[in-house]
Write a protein that binds this ligand. Structure first.
Ligand SMILES: [Zn+2]
Ligand SMILES: [Zn+2]
Length: 390
């Protein structure tokens, strides 16, 4: 019997749980119902359960054998501020909130793994099942780490999984090194001197300084970065002025920076600041430059990524596991866990993104057919990480 067939009897039960979570989505740090559902399910399996870690986070502790080693598996629980357009029976019942990133599926697959691990505790050590709040931009991982996650539940490595629309259902992509990008924000204000538009010599024009900055920022990636490195600098907002005949006294620009490494990230922040200050000086305006760091790059460690790929091959077959996919410029909270522990975050195919079934789209839905594959993967990964009971 294949590893997937072993867990397939769980599928109907898990589908019902997944659809219940989908119908009752909750935003970042408000996952009270979801966290309680998770905690009660773990307790019903006899699993030691810890609530309220980093807000609404939950950790389940599953032990096998007498081994002292321990690993963490992580799922995210939060939904997005999107109004669902699907009309199926399990569509969101909460206006303006939906599971458009599949965290309902991730949470349910980890609950399925809990069942599979408890049913067959043929592994030698401890598995911490980490259900985190607030993956979508609010830093739930940081909240859990600051609340002592790794002190209370010491683990040698940590693992994550995200569904990936556009990849065949149940296929896997495993990256060595970067898999997701960092996501930082900048806010720049150029302050000049307002004047009549017909008498520009009586003022100092911040619009021209802002325009020069937008142009100059394009050279950061093309001229400052090593051409082998990847980076994005996008100016996404430019606000200035209200009238046809007035030179405004300020121009405000905002944007985002994405990279795959700490070095490139530092270089782009420094380059943007230098450029904003240089342009301000040359145009005679004042500048206020703010750079706010968001999620760091998600970087898989090589040994752990190799283990994930082996487990995925054992579950899905080697023809369904890809280790050569390019990383995504999207960002992921799991990055913070990987700043503390080795580990890897893999993608599991959600099927074609037809009819808008893509991440963060109002027509998205997690593919329940993927559930047994994900559960089998978690179980197999644990067996390979911790070894069989001696
Ligand atoms: Zn998302
Ligand atoms: Zn997500």
């Amino acid at each position: 019997m294949s590893l997937i067939e072993h867990v397939r009897p769980l599928k109907n039960k898990l589908t019902a749980i997944r659809r219940d979570i989908h119908a009752h989505p909750e935003l970042a740090f408000q996952e009270h119902r979801t966290a309680e559902l998770v905690a009660r399910h773990l307790e019903s399996l006899g699993i030691e359960t810890h609530r309220g870690i980093g807000g609404t986070g939950v950790v389940g502790v599953v032990r096998g054998g007498h081994g002292l080693r321990a690993v963490g598996l992580r799922a995210d629980m939060d939904a997005l501020p999107i109004t669902e357009r699907n009309t199926f029976a399990h569509a969101s019942t909460v206006a303006g909130c939906m599971h458009a990133c599949g965290h309902d599926g991730h949470t349910t697959m980890l609950l399925g793994a809990a069942e599979a691990l408890v049913a067959k505790p043929h592994f030698d050590g401890t598995v911490y099942l980490i259900f985190q709040p607030a993956e979508e931009g609010e830093g739930g991982a940081v909240a859990m780490i600051e609340d002592g996650l790794f002190d209370r539940f010491p683990m040698e490595a940590v693992f994550g999984m995200h569904n990936w629309p556009g990849m065949e259902a149940g296929n896997f992509a495993v990256h060595t090194g970067p898999v997701m990008a960092s996501a930082d924000r900048f806010d720049i204000r150029f302050t000049g001197v307002g004047a009549h538009a017909a008498m520009p010599h009586l003022g100092v024009d911040p619009v021209v300084a802002g325009a020069a900055f937008v142009q100059a920022a394009q050279t950061l990636v093309s001229r400052v970065l090593d051409p082998i490195e990847a980076g994005v600098v996008s100016v996404t907002q430019f606000h200035a002025g209200e009238a046809y005949n007035v030179i405004p006294d300020r121009a405000e620009l905002c944007g985002t920076v994405r990279t795959f490494s700490a070095e490139v990230r530092d270089r782009l922040e420094q380059g943007l600041r230098q450029m904003a200050e240089g342009i301000a000086l040359s145009h005679g305006v004042q500048v206020d430059f703010q750079f706010r760091r968001g999620y760091p790059p998600t970087v898989n460690t090589a040994a752990e990524a190799a283990l994930c790929a082996e487990a995925a091959r054992a579950v899905a077959g080697s023809e369904r596991v890809f280790t050569d996919r390019r990383p995504s410029m999207g960002a992921e909270d799991f990055a913070y866990f990987l700043q503390h522990k080795p580990g890897a975050y893999v993608w599991i195919g959600n099927g074609p993104g037809e009819g808008g079934c893509t991440l963060h789209n109002p027509n998205y839905d997690f593919n329940d057919e993927v559930m047994p594959v994900g559960v089998a993967y978690w179980s197999e990964l644990v067996r390979r990480l911790l070894g069989a009971v001696k």
